[in-house]
Design a protein around this ligand. Structure first.
Ligand code: XIL
Length: 302
């Protein structure tokens, strides 16, 4: 196949990208998106501050633009993200525990109901664990006021809201075997043992020279898959350029393809010019939408 999406589809996977609604008027952005990708993740438009800036008042305009674009082109949509400490409106952090619990469950229910049937996978909870060796939960309004049970509660609420969506836990620095991924692994294992609904684990996979593609990336994906969940590479970008960047991308694709439950890969943007790594060049297309060596490496590996 001659495009990322078609090549991934031949392997039974999707190949997606993060999309920003405010670039959907740019013809090269849209033509690259439409040609190469068969899944999208709204980069910011489905975050809590975008969808529910004031309590129980929802604004779906920008997220809906992305979803309708995707649907009209037959692309899948990943929902990102329902419960996260970041890009959280200040009204949420000010709530009492009782109010926060009902606000969290209401947010999940309202948003998932609005998009019911249109989202293949939801990142129900994002980045709930700390970096470093402790394996502890990260401090957040949810963790601090509701305790460890907030993740389980969010997943149960999500299952009830849209029983057909795959429910994912998503995080970064969990790509290799380390204390943080061990902590997520223990949580998923416990959820599966107790029947808490979870279907997938997302590995953000933001890599750079300080945090390169781990040598045990495939083994780590496989151990999660062996728990009975799908795994997905959800926000892939790799700092660098040329052959070394291309080789790293190739290794990520090969790792996913070697794990039968690795169902798809999403890169965190189309072109270097709009990467969230503002001064970097971590994506597959340069600022002029030229295919980089990393693009060719991915297409070859698929
Ligand atoms: C980033 C977006 O790319 C930026 O535009 C925004 O300013 C901040 O968030 N982990 C995640 C993503 O789960 O939502 C983040 O996206 C990148 C890190």
């Amino acid at each position: 196949a001659s495009t990322l999406g078609a090549a991934a589809a031949e392997k039974g996977r999707y190949f997606g990208t993060a999309v920003a609604a405010n670039h959907l008027g740019e013809s090269q952005y849209v033509s690259t998106l439409n040609t190469e990708f068969n899944s999208v993740t709204p980069e910011n438009e489905m975050k809590w501050d975008a969808l529910e800036p004031t309590r129980n008042s929802f604004n779906y305009t920008s997220a809906d633009r992305i979803v309708s674009h995707a649907q009209s082109r037959g692309m899948k949509v990943r929902g990102h993200t329902l419960v996260w400490h970041s890009q959280l409106p200040s009204w949420v952090s000010g709530l009492s525990a009782t109010d926060l619990r009902s606000a969290m469950n209401n947010h999940i229910t309202q948003v998932m109901t609005h998009y019911k049937g249109k989202i293949h996978s939801w990142d129900v909870v994002n980045e709930a664990f700390q970096d470093g060796s402790s394996g502890a939960r990260r401090s957040s309004p949810f963790q601090d006021k509701l305790g460890n049970g907030f993740i389980e509660e969010a997943f149960r609420t999500a299952r009830a809201a849209d029983p057909n969506a795959k429910l994912c836990y998503n995080d970064y620095n969990t790509d290799g075997v380390n204390a943080k991924s061990n902590a997520v692994y223990s949580m998923v294992k416990d959820f599966k043992a107790r029947g808490v609904p979870i279907d997938c684990v997302g590995f953000q996979s933001h890599f750079n020279s300080a945090s390169p593609v781990p040598s045990d990336f495939q083994a780590n994906l496989q151990r999660f898959a062996d728990l009975g969940v799908d795994v997905q590479i959800t926000e892939l970008d790799i700092e660098g350029s040329g052959t070394s960047q291309a080789n790293s991308y190739s290794n990520v694709v090969k790792a996913c393809l070697a794990v039968s439950r690795c169902t798809g890969i999403t890169v965190w943007g189309i072109t270097d010019k709009y990467s969230w790594r503002s001064s970097g060049t971590p994506l597959l297309f340069d600022g002029n939408y030229n295919k980089k060596p990393a693009y060719t490496a991915v297409l070859t590996a698929l």
